[in-house]
Design a protein around this ligand. Structure first.
Ligand code: NAP
Length: 242
């Protein structure tokens, strides 16, 4: 049977690596993104070069109508079998007392509301079973003091969403798991105001270096795939020991 998988935030970073990896594993893909059309098209071209089908959809995952467009695109490829809830944002690193309300709202909207909206659409469509992987963060258990506690709290909500959904959807053959990356080399750190964070943080990571997007993509591919057929409700830490 064809695997049809949606990767939100599939144009860059962890999502892009995941889309490429899943194409190699035989998935047809819907690649969601918000603004960077060229990046998403470049990933889609790589998926097609690997012999799989790919469509890109510009859609803000915080908006239910736009989310529906991503899933409508998947319907045109075939029955949906997988969702990687990955589109996420941080906000400028700094003390809790400096947090701006608009940054708080965006972080909660994208990292939590967006994940819920996408998981809901997936659960409605996966009538023959399927798998969802939520991209959480090691921040969920570390708390990120002095950096972005609100982001850590939103990611902790992702973990709870994973546990609850796994139980609710198990009778329908839908597995729900999460990965919790540590510090991974992507553009997300520039948005936090510390583009060199993967290098400056290396000394406090037990494995002595930041992770690469491909190393997270491998964990996501495992949780989506048949080797994880008895795994649901798990949060797999991919954080170099953090
Ligand atoms: P990234 O390189 O900044 O890429 C983020 C992707 O998400 C982009 O494709 C972006 O689209 C998309 N996106 C952002 N907001 C969106 C929205 N509202 N609607 C739709 N798409 C949206 O980020 P990343 O580092 O790969 O992070 C991916 C996930 O891993 C996030 O959930 C993040 O919280 C989590 N994570 C990352 C790290 C890390 O160190 N990198 C660690 C732990 C967890 P555009 O390209 O169009 O902007």
């Amino acid at each position: 049977m064809t695997s049809v998988t949606i990767v939100t935030g599939g144009g860059r970073g962890i999502g892009a690596a995941t889309a490429r990896r899943l194409a190699a594993d035989g998935h047809d893909l819907v690649i969601g993104y918000r603004t960077d059309h060229a990046a998403a098209e470049s990933v889609a071209a790589d998926v097609r070069a690997a012999g799989r089908r790919a469509v890109t959809v510009a859609a803000d995952t915080c908006d239910p109508e736009q989310v529906r467009r991503i899933f409508d695109a998947a319907d045109r490829l075939g029955p949906l079998t997988g969702l990687v809830n990955n589109a996420g944002v941080t906000s400028p690193i700094g003390p809790f007392t400096d947090l701006r309300a608009e940054d708080l709202r965006e972080v909660v909207d994208v990292n939590l509301v967006g994940y819920v909206l996408c998981a809901q659409q997936a659960a409605r469509r996966m009538t023959a079973g399927g798998a969802i992987v939520n991209v959480s963060s090691a921040a969920a258990t570390l708390g990120s003091p002095g950096e972005y506690i609100h982001y850590a709290a939103a990611k902790a909500a992702t973990d709870t969403l994973t546990v609850g959904l796994a139980k609710e959807l198990a009778p329908r053959g839908i597995r729900v798991n999460a990965v919790a990356p540590g510090i991974i080399r992507t553009d997300i750190h520039a948005r936090s105001g510390v583009p060199d964070r993967p290098d400056t943080a290396a000394g406090r990571i037990p494995l002595g270096r930041a992770g690469e997007p491909d190393e997270v993509a491998g964990a996501i591919a495992h949780l989506l795939g048949p080797d994880a057929s008895y795994t649901t409700g798990a949060v797999l830490r991919v954080a170099g020991g953090l």
